[in-house]
Design a protein around this ligand. Structure first.
Ligand code: BMA
Length: 837
């Protein structure tokens, strides 16, 4: 009796003090278990998580990423699963007038039960679910259950109901990460589970929702900002809204509100704002704003908002050549250097903050200023966008639709409408968010891939499917954007034109896949230069340690099923071999082949990136395919699933430097270009020489040059004919560098022959190790004769360097650092182009 009285008094006190108090959040991620639907064999589960990772942790399935286990675990996605937790609400929580369950993400088809009562049906992985639950909640133990239904089966059932089937498969029916249904770089793992946080929230009086930040005006002198919030209120009367900037109150305003929803806004004028600049252009300055809602002296709710001030425009204007596609940041046209990214794991719930940090850091270290989040994955976690804000990495965000036609019925559209609204609200305050894009390659697919013929659509079918496309990407999404994020540019589909059309080289953005899919020579990149290259690339094998993680067994690696399963492109091995035969001698040894494929990938990237940068300002951006992987695999990635950099990643870092040199052959002459993204002009000495493969300088020339700000220009032109008649084509090369009094700014080389034919004598390379600086090792590299594509690895030790895959000349030592924590003693291995054995 006394105990009850005590509880009553405590609750009463809590009630009185809660009437005007901030909300209360109780985390419900703990103590979950799972079982196969209908069974009672409960096993411990992790939330956020998914069925595959839970089964794996409980030793109930083999690792789906290894060998051919992908196929072996297929039964998991065909089954239904139940998740359950028991929790006792905090005494404080129970005193609130309004209480709801908040599921940040449920993958995908599920029913949610509280104390045995079904509260919510979920059908979209990309939505969060807010579920009022006060009437069902009680003191002491409550049960929360989530019943999952196989998304594979749901997709099939829904697909079968279609009057006309859609290209290419069932995945389009479900709002779930498309790549989990299998891709040409990823396994098929259609998982399910509670993939984001779960909590229970109590609130009284009012809640601020959907805080939006607008820049009404911004230049270097001043900024006019506006902070809008929706108010959900059970209170009627006066309140004040306050804006705090870095802990200082900068504005406040009184409002009289009534019960229900209202919209409040607060302006802020700022003198001499510090602007946010992309990587390579300046500091990505962020402001720490906070909006507080106060009644009398009490703060009822507050929302923190960290963001940067900048303008980003997408300029798509008609010109003599066609139509531009360029980003202007803070008024300055910016050449975009970046890549596409795919989800960093096949199971999104196990992507850690650290994984995102590695990804964004790789982009930053590689001198990138933009990443495109491709539309076949999922909308990445908040942490990723925070890191991009901090690192000056702009984001091109696709909505999650890729390479297929989607349904257009009202149920599907209203589900998508809620999905895109939530995602726009979640992401729109990020300084890094530069562009919304409707989808990946759907317009191109419909118009160029022969879908209509392949599926035998009648004229009526075609019109209906095309109409559904328009409803979604030309009406629904732009309308939602118009209401929720009107200032940000929207591009309905990437690319603007398919690569088979000539307009793809003159108008808008382009995905050029003639190299790779079309089996064309790398040199074709020199001709196929669009206004903005948003996809292109070539595969390379990952590091040997990653290949071993495929789970290869048996004597012959080539015949290992695990190897075959870890190349998902139907013609992958064949296309790599073709390119190898065109440029090098194809090795028979597997490991040599793997290494040479990396060289090949880097060669392709070099030719493409140099061509696109030379063509500035005709071409104003390059986003290669692809930065990362979602499992250990042979793919187009430049850094693999484990974050190991392939040679191409180090090369991209060099090619994306603000200033580079590039040789290009034009008929009988050889032009040397200087390309600069710097905002001021560069005065430097240009040294150009012909050297023998033993390092004997046969000819040289030195001149002063001025490279204007943000330019691409021919610095010098040499007669190829003359050079070719004077020097042996397989044992000499041209080398150019520009330097100022402090350092070499840029360098590059030109072979008179295919790189595979260059005669490389055996080099003596010296490595001198200096004392460690913190946990970084410092090496001085020198050589007796020129070597190219020098690759330094650390004998299976996890070692990343600030520079690697470099050309080392006998006349210039190089100092490099390790950038990862490593054992101080691990020995280095060296490889270089055409190394004699
Ligand atoms: C692009 C992408 C992906 C694909 C890649 C490589 O077109 O949009 O769909 O993985 O090509 O084939």
């Amino acid at each position: 009796m006394r105990k009850r009285l005590l509880i009553f008094i405590l609750v009463l006190i809590a009630c009185l003090s809660q009437t005007l108090a901030q909300s209360h959040i109780q985390n419900l991620n703990n103590e979950w278990s799972f079982c196969s639907a209908g069974s009672e064999a409960w096993k411990p589960a992790t939330v956020p998580g998914c069925i595959h990772t839970d089964l794996l942790k409980n030793g109930m399935i083999p690792d789906p990423l290894k060998a051919n286990n992908e196929q072996e675990v297929e039964w998991v996605e065909q089954s239904d699963w139940t998740y359950r937790t028991f929790f006792s609400p905090d005494a404080k929580l129970m005193t609130y007038q309004n209480i709801y369950l908040f599921f940040e993400g449920v993958d995908t088809y599920a029913d949610i039960y509280l104390n045995g009562v079904k509260l919510q049906h979920c059908d979209n992985m990309f939505r969060s679910w807010t579920i009022p639950c006060k009437s069902l909640l009680h003191y002491g133990e409550n049960s929360l259950e989530v019943h999952f239904f196989s998304a594979t089966r749901m997709a099939k059932t829904l697909y079968q109901k279609l009057a006309t089937s859609l290209p290419y498969d069932e995945r389009v029916m479900v709002r779930k990460a498309p790549y989990q249904f299998g891709w040409d770089w990823g396994p098929k793992q259609v998982t399910m589970g509670i993939w984001k946080n779960v909590s229970i929230v109590g609130w009284n009086t009012l809640q601020m929702q959907n805080v939006a930040f607008k820049q009404l005006h911004l230049d270097s002198a001043s900024a006019d900002l506006q902070f809008n919030t929706q108010l959900n209120s059970t209170y009627e009367g006066k309140l004040s809204l306050e804006l705090w900037n870095d802990g200082t109150l900068v504005n406040s305003k009184e409002f009289a509100v009534s019960k229900g929803q209202s919209l409040l806004s607060l302006p802020y004028h700022l003198e001499k704002p510090e602007r946010w600049w992309p990587n390579g252009m300046g500091n990505p300055h962020l402001y720490n704003f906070e909006i507080k809602c106060r009644i009398g002296s009490k703060v009822i709710d507050s929302v923190a908002l960290r963001t940067g001030l900048r303008t980003i425009e997408l300029v798509q204007t008609n010109d003599d050549a066609g139509q531009s596609f360029l980003f202007r940041v803070n008024g300055i046209p910016l050449f975009i250097k970046g890549s596409n990214i795919i989800p960093p794991d096949i199971f999104p719930s196990r992507i850690s903050d650290q994984n995102y940090a590695v990804l964004v850091n790789t982009a930053k270290q590689s001198n990138m200023n933009m990443l495109r989040i491709w539309g076949g994955g999922f909308y990445l976690h908040d942490k990723f966008f925070d890191l991009c804000d901090e690192s000056g990495i702009m984001i091109w965000q696709d909505f999650m639709f890729a390479c297929a036609m989607y349904p257009g019925d009202s149920g599907f559209l209203s589900n998508v409408k809620e999905e895109v609204s939530q995602q726009i609200i979640r992401l729109r305050n990020h300084a890094s968010l530069a562009l919304w894009c409707g989808n990946n390659e759907i317009d191109e697919g419909w118009n160029n891939w022969g879908m209509q013929k392949q599926f035998g659509y009648s004229a009526t079918d075609s019109v209906r499917i095309a109409n559904d496309y328009q409803q979604l990407f030309l009406k629904l999404i732009p309308e939602v954007l118009h209401t929720l994020d009107p200032e940000r540019p929207y591009h309905p589909s990437s690319p603007l034109n398919g690569w088979g059309r000539k307009e793809s080289m003159t108008h808008g953005d382009s995905h050029y896949w003639g190299i790779w899919w079309g089996d064309e020579a790398f040199e074709v990149y020199n001709k196929k230069v669009p206004r903005f290259m948003s996809e292109y690339g070539f595969q390379g094998f990952p590091d040997s340690v990653t290949i071993e993680a495929f789970g290869i067994s048996g004597d012959s690696i080539w015949n290992s099923p695990a190897l075959k399963n870890h190349e998902k492109h139907p013609r992958g091995f064949e296309l790599i071999s073709h390119a190898m035969q065109r440029n090098y001698k194809e090795p028979t040894d597997f490991w040599e082949y793997a290494r040479l494929s990396q060289t090949l990938q880097a060669d392709a990237m070099r030719i493409a990136i140099e061509a696109q940068r030379r063509a500035k300002p005709y071409c104003m951006g390059t986003l290669y395919w692809q930065l990362n992987d979602c499992w250990p695999v042979i793919s187009w990635s430049t850094s693999d699933y484990y974050g190991r950099w392939k040679p191409a990643q180090y090369l991209v870092k060099q090619l994306y430097q603000p200033c580079i040199l590039s040789f290009v052959q034009k008929n009988d002459s050889l032009a040397l270009y200087g390309i600069s993204d710097s905002l001021s002009s560069i005065d430097a000495t240009l040294n150009i020489l012909v050297s023998s493969n033993l390092g004997k300088i046969l000819w040289s020339q030195s001149t002063q040059i001025r490279l204007p700000a943000s330019s691409s220009m021919v610095l010098t032109t040499l007669s190829l004919k003359k050079l070719q008649s004077s020097y042996d084509s397989t044992s000499t090369f041209i080398y150019a560098s520009i330097s100022n009094s402090e350092k070499i700014i840029a360098s590059n080389k030109y072979f008179f022959c295919r790189p595979g034919n260059y005669k490389q004598p055996l080099a003596r390379i010296y490595i001198k190790e200096n004392p460690m600086i913190g946990n970084r090792r410092n090496f001085i590299l020198s050589t007796d004769i020129p070597v190219f594509n020098l690759w330094i690895d650390c004998n299976k030790d996890e070692l990343l360097f600030n520079e690697n895959y470099l050309d080392l000349m006998p006349w210039a030592n190089r100092s490099i650092f390790s950038t990862s924590i490593t054992s101080p003693s691990a020995a280095l291995n060296l490889h270089y182009l055409n190394q004699p054995r």
